[in-house]
Design a binder for this molecule. Structure first.
Ligand code: MN
Length: 152
């Protein structure tokens, strides 16, 4: 019976207020990495996870579209040249679907010739990182858009 005294005395933040604060998970931003090349998937995922982001990978555009609606990631990194459906079509589909319309999409692509940046931005991408993109460049783009992950 007296056990209840300690928490009440210890903190003014007991009760519903505290409960609601506790139910809020620390927010770890989720990045969906859509990339058909295994080496690139591994490299970019490693650097992003090491920096504290939660990373989910998709192997082609179709899987990326499905995962994007299921997961509602905070950001999508999208390769352009991919099997099944490429990054341009995947991005068009994501933009057309209310489920995924608002998610920022950054193209990470080897199509880095003159005009491709403009084409990517016109194609519905929010940003563009040209390959060969170092893991650090990809990380900086993610950090610029999402901010650092909150510490646990
Ligand atoms: Mn590719």
């Amino acid at each position: 019976m007296l056990a209840s005294e300690a928490p009440h005395a210890a903190s003014g933040r007991v009760g519903p207020e505290r409960e609601s604060a506790d139910s809020r998970e620390p927010m770890t931003p989720t990045v969906l990495l859509v990339e058909d090349n295994e080496d690139n998937r591994t490299i970019y995922m490693d650097v992003l996870e090491h920096a504290g982001y939660h990373v989910v990978t998709a192997h082609d555009g179709e899987e990326g579209v499905h995962l994007a609606c299921a997961l509602r990631p905070d950001l999508i990194l999208m390769d352009i040249g991919m099997p099944v459906i490429d990054g341009y079509l995947a991005t068009r589909l994501l933009r057309a679907d209310p489920c995924t319309r608002g998610i920022p999409i950054v193209a990470v692509t080897a199509h880095a010739m003159e005009g491709d940046r403009e084409q990517a931005l016109a194609g519905g991408f929010d940003g563009y990182v040209a390959k060969p993109a170092t893991p650090r460049e990809v990380l900086h783009e993610v950090q610029r858009r999402l901010g650092p992950p909150s510490l646990p």
